[in-house]
Write a protein of this length. Structure first.
Length: 393
């Protein structure tokens, strides 16, 4: 009798195990028939740790693989109220199946599952990015890369693939999500792999800047410039950085590199002129601004800057004349005054040309009014005066 009871107990246990594995088969059947809600409820029973009968199915790799397939199909169906973020949970299930599949019985089918899952992650990443869900897009790209680097995938191909475009896109998603640590990580990796290299360096620079890491931002900028000296965005950032730090000589060095690459870029000549002005080398600045005008006579800034240099020289000479000591001669006074008027006269055509290009700035109107007053050109003075009064109403 005891033997019969033991056999019955074993029979019941085996039957229970088969019953639970049968739940997996049933769940798969529901999935195939399109009843995803029933499929998911059924597979949940098979992995419920509070269910004594689930011991066999909860540790069976096939259970988790089927769960992953069901969750993947839930994502594809677009049904929102069965499970939140089913695609991410699908990947978790496939990883659990890999962990439990110590005998590698299911590796071939799981490799197929993961291959299709990568396509889904790619599509979901694009949709999330377009909908400004940058954190979700980042996670999709990271899971895509995780699948590529999964040992089961590497053993299948015998080689390790590098998803350069995915790495770069992960950087973009991280940048948009304000996750600058990860943005730096992925953009540096992308640059290392020479994928959108100059752009990757520029994004890494911006990420360091937004993170508040000035030292690393300038170091990555220099590194990018050394590798891509023709990249205008990198050169411009270097120029702006050195100008902002008052290091005009360093700025000019990079401006000259930029000009060598793009000799017709007028803004570079203007930037060089401004740097030379800051160094106190006005004559050299004037020469560079005139080069800019020769390249493109439609630009406001070179004309305006030349005019301002001459105008300021004129004002200084006149102030010097008025501040001469009492024992100064009339000739000394007249010489300084005439020098001042000469500079103001030199400023006039450049500022008038700047005004013709853009008359929206009240500063240039006021400067021209003062020039006409100093040169006693009364009709022009009245004209400027009226325009300024109309703008101030």
């Amino acid at each position: 009798m005891r033997k019969i009871v033991t056999l019955l107990s074993l029979l019941i246990a085996v039957t229970g195990a088969f019953a639970q594995k049968g739940k997996v088969t049933s769940a798969l059947g529901y999935k195939e028939s399109g009843d995803l809600r029933k499929a998911y409820e059924t597979i949940k029973v098979a992995i419920d740790p509070s269910n004594e009968k689930s011991e066999s199915s909860i540790n069976w790799p096939r259970t988790w693989e089927v769960r992953g397939q069901i969750l993947q199909e839930i994502y594809r169906s677009g049904v929102k109220d069965i499970e939140e973020e089913p695609l991410f949970k699908s990947y978790e299930s496939f990883n659990k199946a890999i962990e439990l599949d110590v005998e590698k019985k299911y590796s071939k089918s799981i490799i197929v599952d993961l291959t299709f899952l990568q396509t889904d992650f790619s599509n979901y990443a694009v949709a999330a990015y377009e909908n400004k869900k940058f954190d979700v897009a980042l996670k999709c790209f990271e899971n895509f890369m995780s699948i590529t680097n999964n040992p089961i995938m590497r053993s299948a191909s015998g080689t390790q693939n590098v998803d350069t475009a995915i790495i770069y896109n992960a950087g973009l998603a991280a940048f948009k999500a304000n996750n600058y640590e990860k943005a730096i990580e992925y953009f540096k990796k992308s640059a290392e792999l020479d994928y959108n290299g100059a752009v990757s360096f520029h994004f890494a620079f911006q990420s360091y800047q937004l993170k508040g890491d000035t030292l690393n931002s300038i170091n990555i900028l220099k590194e990018g410039f050394e590798k891509y000296p023709e990249s205008e965005p990198l050169i411009v950032e270097l120029i702006n950085y050195y100008i902002s730090k008052g290091k005009s000589e360093d700025a000019i060095k990079y401006i000259d590199v930029a000009i060598a690459g793009k000799p017709d870029n007028v803004s570079l000549y203007t930037a060089k002129g401004a740097a030379l002005e800051k160094m106190g080398n006005e004559d050299a600045a004037l020469a560079v601004y005139k080069e800019a005008i020769e390249k493109d006579s439609s630009q406001f800034t070179p004309y305006y800057n030349i005019g301002v240099i001459h105008f300021n020289r004129g004002v200084k000479a006149m102030n010097d004349a008025n501040q001469l000591p009492t024992n100064a001669t009339q000739k000394q006074y007249d010489d300084l005054k005439n020098e001042g008027l000469k500079h103001i006269e030199d400023a006039r055509p450049f500022l008038e040309k700047a005004y013709d290009i853009d008359n929206s700035e009240i500063a240039i109107l006021e400067t021209l009014r003062l020039i006409y007053y100093r040169l006693q050109i009364n009709d022009k003075y009245e004209e400027m005066n009226k325009k300024i009064q109309s703008l101030n109403k």
